[in-house]
Design a protein around this ligand. Structure first.
Ligand code: GDP
Ligand code: MG
Length: 424
C-alpha cells in the first residue's frame, strides 16, 4: 500500500502531526521533495519536536525513513537536526534512515545567494525562507550540483567542486560583488557535515522497490501544500519543488509505482507564510485573535503567519490538484473561541463570482465573499467520536466535506498524538 500525505492549502496544515499519528501503520516513511524550509511540529509521548529535513516517521523506532531523490539537503542542518533528536532520545542510524544517492546537497553558497537576492530585491522580495532552496533547485536543473552519492567518491567530488565554485563566483563575486567563495571551504564543510551521513547514503530506488514488492506499507510525506507547488501553486509565490501527490513516487525513488491512497491535510481555517495573494486574509482584531488561538507562527522561521477563514475556492482547487481520496481536517479546536465562524465561500472579480480558483491578475484582485457559521463555544479537545462533537461543529465538518467534494476521514482536535476523531 502506497499512501501520500499531502497539504491541500498553503502549507502548515498539520502534516507532521498527521504523519506521526498515521506512521504507526506504515513500515517506511519517505520525504520526496523540498529541504529544510519545511517545519513540521510533532507532539508525542517523547516530547515536542520540530522536523525540517527528517521524515516524521523518525520519531518511531520501528519505522524506516527515507530522504528521497527529489529532496535538497543542507547537510549541516541535517547534522544539527539529528543531534537535537538524539539528545531527545531518538535513535538515528543507517537502519532507520536512508538517504538517496541522487538527492541534491544544498550548499552554503545556495543560502548565501538566497540572502543576496532577497536583499537586492528589498521591498519587492518574495519572502523566501533564505535557506537556499530556490538557488539549489535552479542549479539542479542547470546540472551543476553535488549529490549525496558524490560523498562516496571524494576524489571526484573535489574536482567537481572546483568547477562549480569557479562558475558560482561569476554570480557571487562578479554579479553581486560579494567576496568570492573558496572550493577548499566548501570541501571542508562537506567533509565535516556530509561525511557524517556517508553510511546512510544508498540506492533508495532499490530499497523502496524491494519494500513495495514485499508488500510493505509505504508513506510519502509532503512538505508545504498544493498552493505552493512550483507548477500548480500561486506562481511565483511558490516553493521550488513539486509537492503534489502525483510527484510522490518520482521524488521518493519509485517512479514506476502509483500511489494507492492520498490523504489531504486541510486546516479548519487558513494560514499563509510570506508574500503573494491570500484572498481570504483576515486583518485587525479578527486576524490577531485567530493567529493567537492557532499559534500561527512559523515552525521553521518563527515568522507570524497571515491568517483567514476556511477558503472553499482555494481548498477545492487543492483537493483537485492533489487528487485527494480522503481528508484529515486539522485544528478544529482552534475555532472553539468564536461565536460566529467566518468562511470564505467564494471569490469575486470584476463584479462577478468566480467558479474556480483563479491565477494571475484575477487572483491578485479577487475579493472574498464571507459567510458566517454558528460557533460551538466550548472545548472540543477531548472529543474522540463524531457524535461527541457539538452539533454546530458536526455541521461545520459536514459543510467542508460537501463544499470541497471529498470525504473527511480524520478530524484533529489537538496537537497531541491521540487528539483526533476517526470518521470511518
Ligand atoms: P506542517 O508544516 O503541515 O507539519 O504543520 P506545522 O507543524 O507547521 O503547523 C501545525 C501546528 O499545529 C503545529 O504546531 C502542530 O503541533 C499544531 N497542530 C496540529 N494539529 C492540531 C490540532 O488539531 N489542534 C491544535 N490545536 N494544534 C494542532
Ligand atoms: Mg509547517
Amino acid at each position: 500500500m502506497l499512501t501520500a500525505i499531502v497539504g491541500i492549502n498553503w502549507g502548515d496544515e498539520g502534516k507532521g502531526r498527521m504523519v506521526d499519528l498515521l506512521s504507526q501503520q506504515y513500515d517506511v516513511v519517505v520525504r520526496y521533495q523540498g529541504g529544510n524550509n519545511a517545519g513540521h511540529t510533532v507532539v508525542n509521548d517523547r516530547g515536542r519536536f520540530i522536523l525540517n529535513l527528517l521524515p516524521s516517521g523518525i520519531l518511531r523506532d520501528e519505522t524506516v525513513n527515507v530522504m528521497g531523490v527529489g529532496m535538497v539537503i543542507d547537510v549541516e542542518h541535517l547534522y544539527n537536526e539529528a543531534q537535537r533528536l538524539r539528545d531527545g532520545g531518538i535513535t538515528i542510524d543507517p537502519d532507520h534512515l536512508k538517504i538517496s544517492d541522487k538527492a541534491t546537497i544544498c550548499m552554503p553558497y545556495h543560502k548565501l545567494l538566497d540572502i543576496l537576492e532577497e536583499e537586492r530585491l528589498a521591498d519587492k522580495k518574495f519572502g523566501s525562507t533564505r535557506r537556499g532552496i530556490a538557488p539549489v533547485y535552479a542549479d539542479k536543473f542547470y546540472k551543476k550540483t553535488i549529490r549525496m552519492g558524490d560523498l562516496l567518491t571524494p576524489e571526484v567530488l573535489e574536482e567537481k567542486l572546483e568547477g562549480i565554485v569557479e562558475w558560482k563566483n561569476l554570480t557571487i563575486a562578479n554579479g553581486y560583488g560579494h567576496e568570492p567563495i573558496k572550493a577548499k571551504d566548501m570541501l571542508d564543510w562537506l567533509m565535516k557535515y556530509g561525511m557524517a551521513f556517508k553510511d546512510y547514503v544508498c540506492d533508495t530506488t532499490e530499497f523502496l522497490g524491494n519494500a513495495a514488492r514485499e508488500g510493505k506499507n509505504i508513506m510519502f510525506e509532503a512538505q508545504l501544500g498544493a498552493l505552493r507547488d512550483i507548477d500548480y501553486g500561486i506562481f511565483p509565490y511558490t516553493s521550488s519543488s513539486s509537492n503534489i501527490s502525483a510527484y510522490a513516487p518520482i521524488g521518493a525513488g519509485v517512479p514506476g509505482l502509483k500511489v494507492d491512497k492520498t490523504i489531504g491535510i486541510i486546516k479548519a481555517y487558513s494560514s499563509c507564510v510570506g508574500e503573494g495573494p491570500f484572498t481570504c486574509e483576515l486583518f485587525g482584531e479578527d486576524g490577531d485573535k485567530l493567529r493567537e488561538a492557532g499559534n500561527e507562527y512559523g515552525a521553521a522561521t518563527g515568522r507570524p503567519r497571515r491568517v483567514g477563514g476556511f477558503d472553499v475556492i482555494a481548498s477545492k482547487y487543492g483537493v483537485e490538484t492533489q487528487g485527494a481520496t480522503s481528508l484529515a481536517l486539522t485544528k478544529l479546536d482552534v475555532l472553539s473561541y468564536l461565536d460566529k465562524i467566518p468562511v470564505c465561500v467564494g471569490y469575486e472579480y470584476n463584479g462577478e463570482s468566480l467558479p474556480r480558483f483563479p491565477m494571475g491578475r484575477a487572483l491578485k484582485e479577487a475579493t472574498p465573499v464571507y459567510e458566517y457559521f454558528d460557533g460551538w463555544n466550548c472545548d472540543i479537545s477531548s472529543c474522540r467520536r463524531f457524535e461527541d462533537l457539538p452539533e454546530n461543529a458536526q455541521k461545520y465538518v459536514k459543510y467542508i466535506e460537501n463544499a470541497v467534494g471529498c470525504p473527511v476521514e480524520y478530524v484533529s482536535v489537538g496537537a497531541e498524538r491521540d487528539a483526533y476523531i476517526k470518521m470511518f
